[in-house]
Unconditional design. Structure first.
Lengths: 417, 256
């Protein structure tokens, strides 16, 4: 066989016992990343909406950051899908010829709708700031100032009216958008769950609970990532200040604020309980009804994937952070550890769904193991390997860094709210 | 910036019209109109596999790979033959190395030597695309690159498939795979290029034992159709509601 002819999936699939000849792990790490990143987007948005819609004042600071961070995460929700396609140049086809009986066909539409909502909400929240910048940079010399001013002028889209009435309208618009955004964010992610839950051929995936489980764990992971990033950035800023020997002013950086973290933690734990309850319900129901597929599912869950499911996901990713967050006398360090574990737990949940769903053959008579390519030796083993996943994870932070240059979500008193 | 309500409304209406007018060039057709445009076919292709006749020689797999240009040594195939050996201890041993392409000459299954005296029963089961009436693969294709023809065969447009793999995941029979050269989804289509010209599929033509036969269900005089309609045939995995159209004679309960 010529060397360039490589069957997709053969490089990372190890078969055991009887597996149909064409079966491989076709959906690998990038499809684990897809619901993970989408979940982070949705969760970040829900966190920001808790403030904008439900007026949770103590979340104000983290809400502004979450909103901008969800924008940075947004393109990255689509990136894994693009990397996973065998024909990436045809990626726009689902928008050109959508076949609406397919759950994937609506992705472009749902995704675009959501992107527009996030973008316009940010615009309404920061419009006053953009206008102020245009005025502030007016007489400053230098090319970079002129360039920056140009960017801000574009960002205002010609709306320079910042009197009290206009700002009130802005606020109202942002609230309305945030309110519309919640169901859309949930839909964006619940729909990712539907993509899996509706595959009737897959015994593990097929469950009407799948979209709801996905939404709950999405909110958990989104809140956790926003809290974590917020704490790290805040503490880093405070650390840098202290080293420079600067005096801390009340309106300036003073590290992550405890009350912000406390209230965000309450929501995190709430959604975590909901997510775990639903997953347990799903598991118990499968065991109790013991359909034809239960024999092989049981052997995967309690045998081959026991470590991944019960040790890494449920114990290390759910139970341990749950205890860490609820035990009294919680410190910032302990919170950071708990948040890292929560993020890890949700990642393992995605892994156990996507990879676990392909861990057994459609024949129910054999198994497949996914051996993630570590050192890539081709484009394919890069994309569908460890480094492909790391690329996807790092992009939102780079994007956030760039966006935050123009939309300073971490400075206090920049938004119009 | 000032903009009166009247100006805003005027511009909004104008802008909407300007962007919508070009769309009027497109027309929506109802599903009834679409059906009328495609004449009702006189053909519904189906397949009959007589497992009693299959000897597991693998000629069908060879013929299929050559006819349909699936790289010969690539470990994917449009059709394959499974071997089932049920031993006296009640265990079912199944294998299909290289899709059974090279025939079954060894007594070894999965590294385990089977003692001939210990066998209750053993048989071969050829598999191929079931050309379902309610195909899950067609339902989930996000771009409509895989579709059902009016004579029942499910085809794939190689120039339009984006290679997302959703159809591969959706098929309960595992007949789909990514073509290693074209990098798009691929599967058996009953040799559509042959049957639409009055020829037999490659696997049917080369089967010396008559284990594989093609049928036109809409032709009551078709001898294979007569077997399907008058004898006791079974299909694979009917619990998925896909309405498969590959019928089996002598299908054992152990077959997966």
């Amino acid at each position: 066989m010529p060397e360039d002819i490589i069957v997709h999936g053969i490089e990372w699939t190890v078969k055991e016992l009887f597996v149909y000849p064409n079966e491989y792990i076709y959906w690998s790490i990038q499809i684990v990343m897809y619901p993970y990143m989408t979940g982070l987007v949705a969760g970040a948005f829900v966190l920001s909406s808790l403030y904008h819609v439900f007026g949770q004042k103590e979340l104000k600071e983290i809400a502004q950051f979450s909103l901008v961070f969800s924008l940075a995460l947004l393109p990255v929700a689509a990136l894994p899908l693009l990397l996973h396609l065998q024909q990436p140049t045809r990626a726009m086809e689902p928008l050109l010829t959508p076949h609406f009986t397919s759950a994937i066909a609506a992705f472009g539409i749902v995704f675009t709708t959501y992107a527009l909502i996030v973008l316009s909400e940010i615009w309404f929240v920061y419009r006053k700031y953009f206008v102020e910048q245009v005025h502030a940079l007016k007489d400053k010399p230098g090319l970079s100032n002129a360039m920056t001013r140009m960017v801000y002028r574009i960002l205002t889209i010609g709306a320079y009216d910042v009197d009290a009435d206009a700002i009130r309208v802005d606020k109202k618009a942002a609230t309305v958008l945030a309110a519309i955004g919640i169901p859309v964010a949930c839909f964006l992610h619940g729909y990712a769950g539907f993509i899996f839950g509706s595959v009737k051929a897959n015994a593990l995936w097929m469950s009407p609970l799948m979209p709801v489980i996905f939404i709950m764990s999405a909110v958990v992971s989104g809140i956790a990532l926003c809290m974590l990033t917020y704490i790290v950035i805040r503490e880093w800023q405070a650390f840098r200040r202290r080293r420079q020997g600067g005096v801390l002013e009340a309106s300036e950086i003073k590290g992550a604020e405890k009350h912000v973290i406390d209230s965000a933690t309450r929501y995190l734990v709430g959604f975590l309980v909901a997510a775990i309850s639903l997953e347990m319900l799903d598991l118990i129901f499968r065991g109790y009804t013991a359909m034809k597929s239960w024999d092989i599912l049981r052997s995967v869950m309690y045998g081959k994937d026991f470590m991944n499911i019960f040790v890494l996901q449920y114990t290390l990713g759910n139970l341990v952070p749950f205890v860490l967050l609820l035990l009294p006398g919680r410190t910032m360090k302990r919170t950071v550890l708990a948040l890292l574990l929560v993020l890890f737990g949700v990642f393992m949940m995605r892994w156990n769904v996507v990879i676990g769903g392909q861990a057994f053959s459609l024949s129910f008579s054999g198994y497949m193991h996914y051996e993630i390519p570590i050192i890539p030796h081709s484009v394919e083993t890069f994309k569908e390997g460890l480094f492909g996943a790391l690329t996807v994870i790092s992009v939102p932070f780079i994007l956030f860094w760039i966006i935050n240059k123009f939309v300073p979500s971490l400075q206090r008193e920049t938004s119009s709210e | 910036m000032t903009c009166s309500r009247r100006d805003f409304l005027k511009d909004a209406v104008g802008g909407t019209l300007a962007s919508v007018m070009p769309l009027s060039a497109f027309t929506f057709i109802s599903s009834a109109e679409a059906k009328a445009a495609i004449a009702e076919s006189k053909v519904r292709w189906a397949f009959l596999v007589d497992t009693n006749k299959c000897v597991g020689c693998g000629l069908c797999v060879k013929a299929c790979k050559n006819e349909n240009e699936i790289p010969y040594d690539a470990e994917v195939t449009r059709t394959w033959v499974e071997r089932y050996v049920i031993t006296k201890d009640g265990k079912t041993h199944i294998d299909s190395p290289m899709g059974g392409r090279d025939g079954y000459t060894s007594m070894e299954i999965d590294g385990q030597e089977i003692d001939p005296d210990n066998i209750d029963k053993a048989f071969f089961v050829p598999k191929l695309c079931n050309q379902c009436d309610n195909p899950a693969c067609v339902q989930v294709c996000p771009v409509g690159a895989t579709y059902q023809t009016n004579d029942g065969v499910v085809l794939i447009d190689r120039n339009w498939c984006i290679g997302c793999g959703y159809c591969i995941m959706a098929c309960p029979y595992g007949v789909r795979f990514f073509h290693p050269v074209h990098k798009v989804a691929d599967k058996c289509n009953f040799c559509y290029h042959r049957i639409s010209k009055g020829m037999e599929p490659a696997c049917v033509e080369c089967c010396s034992f008559g284990a594989r036969r093609l049928a036109n269900l809409k032709d009551p005089d078709d001898p294979v159709t007569k077997i399907i309609t008058t004898e006791r045939v079974a299909v694979l995995k009917d619990e998925y509601g896909t309405k498969p159209h590959v019928f089996y004679l002598g299908l054992d309960a152990n077959v997966r």
